[in-house]
Each structure stands twice: as structure tokens, then as C-alpha cells.
Design a protein around this ligand. Structure first.
Ligand SMILES: [Zn+2]
Length: 559
């Protein structure tokens, strides 16, 4: 692959680069191939690629066909390209009521005021008159000396929590956050909603409601209503998820304020108190009741896995993983206008990216083939909570201690070639040093998350690989676009988040310039190749919450 030389030319041409005729641009053929993949995957017949739908059958068949056309081997040792991912789908019909002595009951309106579902495999879930306790951010973090529960028994109670990390102010400079607490303005796992429900479950609560706020959550309530308001998916478990809190839900900020006011509390005052270490849970003189009727069905979904065999007999049983989710949100016939969530950027584009990277590997001359094997995993049900990636991480087809890294793709650059590339969760692993190296050769630079507060590292498949210790990297489109005015890349990104993210309007746009996607795919190809050839294994950096797990995994294993 010589694409990076093409970019050097582009960069040398400076401001006139964008005017370069596409047919002479070395990035254009790859951009065209990627556009074609995206066109197919985001088309109407694929129905928005929902797991368990006819759209899944088409997506899986397409990927299997493309991987096999490239000459890649079936990735499953059973001789197939398929890893079965057994899941359950649950549609919850929920009624909720808050009772305050001496006042009329509050009955929040489904979707407009709240969503609440059960993740248990049960047809009926009832929570009656459970005491409401406000537990601040719901965080227990010994390494920060932080405990929002302070020993208060919340068993059987309805806990109400705030989203994101506690925003602890720097004692020396009240205008900024304390860098030593919860990584400052970067989001830690303690800020994620998945953590909040896990903690509520561990504490034995009956229900957990998170107060939604657009800024700290990173997306408007409509995004939650859109996904939680429909069928919810989970991995099939042997215990039917009996260990999970019975009711998991969200309140809109308005609804939360009404509840706090009715119970005699000021939301903003309590929220401010929750940002301090000495916060103590507040038990409302109020109760919550939920009645959920759940329709449960089992779904047989699939990861598609392809393999390029390593060229060195001593190393070919060691693996570098590329992952990109093929699924999206399906369709909603109740929507006015286009009912299909096309997911062109999310994640037909990353799916096109992994296919382009796979192609680059197959085109390497025999002498340059990687020593280690490369695994390409097109995961299912990312949109349902990273389920396909979690399933692989929990049921790896090849041992994790023989796996070097995961390189994840989710959403490719569509504003044109950029001089920068974001490494999400910067500071985590030595993979970012490899990225820095590769980009430097291309005349480009790594930049840390340009929007660190949104916790993107925890919102994509790489997180599931990280959780089981595997060094993982996820890069995101840079903002510094060649041949465009400053601010152009950010403007495109912001407009996508505001208008198209998880909406039917996530379709191919006529202004898209996928040369940037082609360039980034080449960079990820080079990164993986370097890892697959290197004497040293990628590692978590000191201070990373994932390091201990990996160290234990590799203890005793030769590498
Ligand atoms: Zn995605």
C-alpha cells in the first residue's frame, strides 16, 4: 500500500489539494470502493440492519461474500465465517408512579418524561412502593476516596442518580475541574450509564433511574427514547439476568425536577452537593412503583469473522483483531417519512473500512505478509449495548493471551483527508505510540479526544475488548481537513451529531469526500501491520484501569 505517499503529495499541494482531480488522486479508488459498500449496506433492502431481522441475513451474507471474495479464511475454527451470538429481545410495557404523602401522585408519561425497562428475562416485573433515594452520581471509587452510598442500605429501594462523573472542582482553581479526580474533564467508566446500573444491581436496589441531561450524557433524550422505547436486546444468560436491578430507566431533566420539587427538594442544590466528597444520600419521603409487562423472545444473531493466516509458523497462532459493528437500529414504521435507520456513517462506513483494510492485507506480497494472524470481526448488536463484541470477549475463538490488540472502527471520516486523527481514550495504551509513529510517516499527527467529556472510549466495541484486558484502540475522524478552512471538520462533525446521529437521516450525503476514510483505513492497516510484526506486545499504560487484568492474563504465558 502506497496510499500514504499519495497523502504526502496532497499535503505538499496545500490549499489546492481539494481541487485535485479525483481520477489522479491515489486515495480515490479506495474511497470509491468504500462508498459502494456503504451504498449497499445502507440501502432500503437492508432495512437498517437490525439484529434478528431480514436485514441481518442480508448483512451477514454480504460480509461473508466479501470476505471470501478477498480470499480470507473462515475465522471460526469450526470452518465457518460465523460466530453465533445468542440474545434475548425484551419489549417492556411500563407504568410508573411516584407517591408523595399529602400530594397527588405523579404519573410520568412514557417516552416524554421517562423510559424504564427490565433486563431480566421475566414476563412480569413489579416494584411496589419502593422508597426513593437520591444517591448523587451513584459512584463507589476507592482509588479516589469516593463513595456516594456512605453505607446507606438501598436494598429494595429506587435509587435516582446523575449521569457522568462527579464534576469535582479544582481546589486551587474553581474555574476548572480537578485533574486528579475522575480524570478531570475526561469521562471515566464511573460516568457511564452501564456502570450506574451495575452499581445499583450490586447494591441490591429494586430500580435505578438516571436523570438525563443532554450536556453530560452526550446526546439528547430523544436518542434514549428512540432506543430504550423499543425492543431491548441482551446476551442470553443461564440465570436470566436475575442479578440485575429489576427496573433500569431514565428520567428527563424536567421530570426529575418535578419529582424533586414535589418531594420538597431543590434539584440544582442537591446536584451541586453531589459534586462533593462529603455528599450523603438523601432519602425522599416518597415512593416509586413500577409495573412492567415484558415480551421476551430469543434471537440468534451472528458475528462475521474472517482470518488471514500469519506467515511465520512460530507466530501464526497469535492474533491482531480488527473489529467494526455491522448492525444498526433497523426501522420504525411509526415514524413519519423515512422509517429506515440507514446507518450510513454508523456503521456502514466502518464496515466498509474493515473490508478495505482486509483487502490491503490480501494485496501484500508474500514476503511482506504479517508474521501473526489477523482476525477481522464484524460484530453484531453494538447498538444494543456492544453485545456482539462482549460475546466475543467472553467466548473468544482464539485465546486472549495469544491476542495482541483490538483495533476498532466505528464511523469513518467523511469530510475529506485530515492532517490529524483522534485517538479516543488517549493515554491508555502503547497502541497510540504506534499510531503516532505511523501518522508521522504520513506527515500527520495524533490528537487526543477532541470531545473528551463524552466518554467515547466506553461507547464502542473496543471497550468490551478492553474490559477483558486486551489493549484496544479506537480512532475517530480528525477535524483539520486538507484544503478546507479551519473549523470545517468540526462543523461537519457537530452537524452529524445534531442532525443525523441515530436518525433515519444518517444516509450518504452528496458532499461526502471519502478520501479521508480511505486514508484513515490505510493508517489503521499500517498500525495493525506494525503490531503484527513487532517484537514487543502492545500494553496498557501505567494508571490504566485495564492494566491489572491484562497483566494477570499474560502472567506465565510466553509472549
Ligand atoms: Zn456505531
Amino acid at each position: 500500500m502506497q496510499i500514504h505517499l499519495g497523502l504526502a503529495l496532497l499535503l505538499a499541494a496545500g490549499a489546492t489539494a481539494a481541487a485535485q482531480a479525483p481520477e489522479t488522486d491515489p486515495l480515490q479508488p479506495a474511497a470509491d470502493r468504500m462508498l459502494e459498500h456503504i451504498r449497499v449496506l445502507s440501502s432500503d433492502p437492508f432495512e437498517g440492519r437490525k439484529p434478528g431481522s431480514a436485514g441481518e441475513d442480508k448483512s451477514v451474507a454480504y460480509l461473508q461474500g466479501e470476505y471470501s471474495k478477498l480470499g480470507l479464511l473462515p475465522g471460526n475454527p469450526d470452518g465457518s465465517y460465523i460466530q453465533d451470538v445468542p440474545m434475548v429481545g425484551v419489549v417492556s410495557t411500563t407504568q410508573a408512579e411516584f407517591d408523595i404523602p399529602g400530594a397527588a401522585p405523579l404519573t410520568p408519561a412514557w417516552i416524554n418524561d421517562y423510559v424504564a425497562v427490565t433486563r431480566r428475562e421475566a414476563e412480569e416485573v413489579d416494584v411496589k412502593d419502593s422508597g426513593i433515594v437520591f444517591v448523587g452520581y451513584g459512584v463507589v471509587a476507592p482509588e479516589y476516596g469516593w463513595d456516594d452510598f456512605k453505607g446507606v442500605d438501598v436494598r429494595g429501594k429506587t435509587v435516582v442518580m446523575l449521569i457522568n462523573d462527579p464534576p469535582v472542582v479544582d481546589p486551587n482553581d474553581p474555574t476548572k475541574l480537578d485533574d486528579k479526580m475522575f480524570k478531570g474533564k475526561e469521562e471515566t467508566y464511573y460516568g457511564r450509564w452501564t456502570y450506574k446500573y451495575e452499581e445499583a444491581s450490586a447494591m441490591g436496589a429494586a430500580a435505578c433511574l438516571i436523570v438525563h441531561e443532554t450536556g453530560p450524557a452526550g446526546y439528547p433524550f430523544a436518542v434514549i427514547a428512540g432506543s430504550w422505547g423499543r425492543e431491548n436486546f441482551d446476551l442470553k444468560t443461564t440465570d436470566g439476568n436475575i442479578g440485575r436491578v429489576k427496573v433500569e430507566g431514565w428520567l428527563t431533566l424536567d421530570c426529575a425536577k418535578r419529582l424533586f420539587t414535589a418531594a420538597g427538594y431543590d434539584f440544582d442544590a442537591l446536584k451541586a452537593s453531589a459534586a462533593k466528597r462529603n455528599f450523603h444520600p438523601v432519602e425522599f419521603k416518597a415512593t416509586a412503583s413500577f409495573s412492567i409487562m415484558a415480551k421476551v423472545r430469543t434471537i440468534a444473531s451472528r458475528n462475521v469473522v474472517a482470518r488471514l493466516e500469519g506467515s511465520d509458523p512460530a507466530h501464526k497462532d497469535e492474533y491482531v483483531i480488527y473489529s467494526a459493528h455491522w448492525d444498526h437500529l433497523g426501522k420504525n414504521p411509526l415514524l413519519k417519512g423515512d422509517p429506515i435507520f440507514h446507518g450510513a456513517a454508523d456503521n456502514a462506513s466502518g464496515t466498509a473500512g474493515i473490508l478495505e483494510i482486509a483487502r490491503a492485507y490480501t494485496l501484500l506480497p508474500a514476503a511482506e505478509r504479517p508474521k501473526r494472524s489477523i482476525l477481522f470481526i464484524s460484530t453484531t448488536a453494538e447498538e444494543q449495548g456492544l453485545l456482539g463484541a462482549r460475546y466475543y470477549a467472553l467466548h473468544p475463538l482464539y485465546p486472549l493471551e495469544k491476542t495482541l490488540a483490538d483495533i476498532n472502527l466505528d464511523g469513518m471520516q467523511h469530510a475529506g483527508p485530515s492532517r490529524d486523527l483522534q485517538v479516543i481514550g488517549f493515554g491508555n495504551t502503547t497502541l497510540e505510540d504506534v499510531a503516532t509513529d505511523v501518522l508521522a510517516k504520513e506527515g500527520r499527527v495524533v490528537v487526543p479526544d477532541l470531545d473528551p467529556a463524552k466518554g467515547y472510549f466506553f461507547r464502542n466495541d473496543e471497550f468490551e475488548f478492553a474490559k477483558v484486558g486486551l489493549p484496544a484502540i479506537y480512532t475517530s475522524a480528525g477535524y483539520d481537513i486538507v484544503g478546507k478552512p479551519a473549523g470545517y471538520g468540526k462543523m461537519r462533525r457537530d452537524s452529524y451529531t445534531a442532525n443525523d446521529y441515530h436518525k433515519p437521516s444518517d444516509v450518504i450525503k452528496d458532499w461526502w469526500d471519502l478520501r479521508g476514510a480511505a486514508l484513515d483505513a490505510d493508517t489503521l492497516f499500517q498500525i495493525g501491520l506494525q503490531v503484527a510484526q513487532s517484537e514487543t506486545w502492545p500494553q496498557w499504560k501505567p494508571g490504566s484501569e485495564f492494566k491489572a487484568r491484562r497483566d494477570a492474563e499474560l502472567a506465565g504465558a510466553p509472549h
